[in-house]
Structure formats: C-alpha cells, structure tokens
Design a protein around this ligand. Sequence first.
Ligand SMILES: [Zn+2]
Length: 377
Amino acid sequence: MALITYLTRIQFEAGSVRLLSEELKLAGVRSPLIVTDRGLLTAGLVERVIEAGGLPADTPIFSDTPENPTEAAGREAVAFFHERRCDGVVGLGGGSPIDLAKVVSLLVTHPEPLEQYAVILGGLDRITSRKPPVVAVPTTAGTGSEVGRAALITLEDGRKLGFISPHMIPTVALCDPELTLGLPPLLTAATGMDAVTHCIETYLSPKFNPPAEAIALDGLRRATRSLRRAVEDGSDLGARSEMMMAALEGGMTFQKGLGAVHSISHPLGGVKGTRLHHGTINAVLLPPVLQFNQSAAPHKYPQLAEALGLAPNADLASAIETLNEDLGLPKTLSQMGVPEECLRDVAEAAVKDHSTASNPRPVGAEDFMAIMKSVWD
Ligand SMILES: [Zn+2]
C-alpha cells in the first residue's frame, strides 16, 4: 500500500516575502506571532520582513528560539501567543524557528504534555487539524521544514523527538531566495548539505513513492550545480534560488522517510551542553552511511551518481567527502566537538529514532557506533 500526498501551498520567487500579509489574510490570520531567533533579529532581517511583508510595526515577536528548539521555548512562546491574543504563527528563520512555530501552533490547542504527540509514542493520531495556521518563511536553504510534516523538539529530559503529522505541514510556505543572500559561507554549506542529505536519504528509503524519488533526484541535481557557487559567492541570486528549490524539494520528499544519517543527527542535536549544527553533522555522517547502505540498494547508486554529476560507478562516499572539503566543512565528529562519552547513548537513541525504519539496510546500535567511530579523530 502506498500513501502519496502533495498539497502544500508554496509561493516561490525572489521578493515573495511581500505576499506575507496577503497570505496571512487568506489563511484567516489577523494577529500573527512571529517565531524567530536572536541572530535574525539582531541582523535586522525580522524588521525587514515585517516591513516588506506589510505587517504592523508592533507585530509580536518571539525571538528566543534555541539552536536546537526545546519544549521549554515552545511553552514560553505559547504563553506569549495567548498573552498577545494571536491567531496564527509565522515561522521565520532556519529549521529551528520553523519547527518551533509548528509546535507552538500545536500546543495552542492541544493539551500538554508535549511528549504524547511524539511520533514514536503514537502521537500521529493525537494531532488534529484544530490548530492555528502556520506560515513558514525560510531564511536558509536546507531544512525543508517549510513543507515538511515534522518538527524536531528536545524535551525537558533531553530526548530530541519528532512530532509528525500532515496537520504539522505549514499552511503556506513563502520561499524568497533573497532572504538567504546574507547567509555566511559556512552556514550556507552546512544547511545546503542538509538539503543534499534529505534528497539522498529519501531517495534511498525503500518506501514506494516514485514521484518523491523523481523530486529527490531533481533536488540533488540542483544542489550539485549550485551549492559550491552559493558558498563561494553568497550574492549569486541564481545559485541561492537553486539551493532554495533543492531544499524545498528535499522537504517534499520527507514522506518517504529519512535514514541512518538522521537517526544519528537527531539524538546528537539533543546532547546537553553542546551546540551541534544539524546540517554539519549530516555532512560528516553522509559518507560512512552511503558506504553502509550500498549493498541494500545497489540499483539506486548509479542514479545518485548521475545526479551528483559523476560516472555511474563512482564512489559516492568519497565524492561527498571531497564536496565537504571544498565547502570547508569538518571531516569528523570529534572536530565538531561531539563528546565521546555520549556516543553509546546516541547509538541507543538512534535505534529508536523514527528515521531508522526507512533506512534501506537494517541498522542496530553496534552499526551506529561503527558509523560514528569511522568519522572520529
Ligand atoms: Zn535534516
């Protein structure tokens, strides 16, 4: 049996942020709460979006989204939402503010505890459509959260869990590549590699969904053509636009499920006392996971090679290593500051992660340990 769903409203164009107030009106929102982060606020991007988007200057802003969004931040934002009598949420930023915006919309109408809505705890059926609209405005090209069904949130006890439902998909995605022009090279590289990983992992997922596979390959081709360019020259609007589309396409394929890279990067993102960037972790883990999975999906590797601009029998793992190096990304988890003592817990949590079920090859805790150890030192 195959469930294939495509129905997201997307405005994609340089300058499309000007449609914000119009799209909010169409969604029935009169008083939005903007969920964003400190960096964007300080950089003046929030103000720019409020002005260009035609919102009142006193639109309430929640800017305390942590690097990896938490249950506590969600609770705080929900209190602010009620206090300011809001009726919709704008998620403005990278994956973290957009994921937090989705969870704010959930918790406004769904009783706590948040944990009960986690997909691995049977939350899918508990999330209903009775929640305020969310307009997603991405400022990075990577997450795909603007069209995805998931929000990844770290609970009070440190578990980073996925909250997944068709009702979590933003009502509208406003994709304006001009908003990514100021993204620094390293963040462009890391978020771009997140998009690349989404396209590759969803393509390799064994679930039956040919449209999603075609979209994943198209996303990968666009990223292959434009990621290096976007990193080298951040002002290249053509490259920025291609990367935003690659990220969007990666997100449109999430319904096939991700794989072992994300099984590890989800719990790693929740490790206390660290600030590990999701896309960078994925970039480092992608080569060993490609090696690990090859025997389970050999017929798909030539297609991936073609999309990456390589010969059909090329070694994908080493091509991704070279790409990471060209983009200035780290080679190992230890270089990123992952504490060695967390690896065992991360491997155990990875087994339970929702992405593990859609990895093409069965993968257990020892495999996860071996994958992480292969990119250590
Ligand atoms: Zn990701």
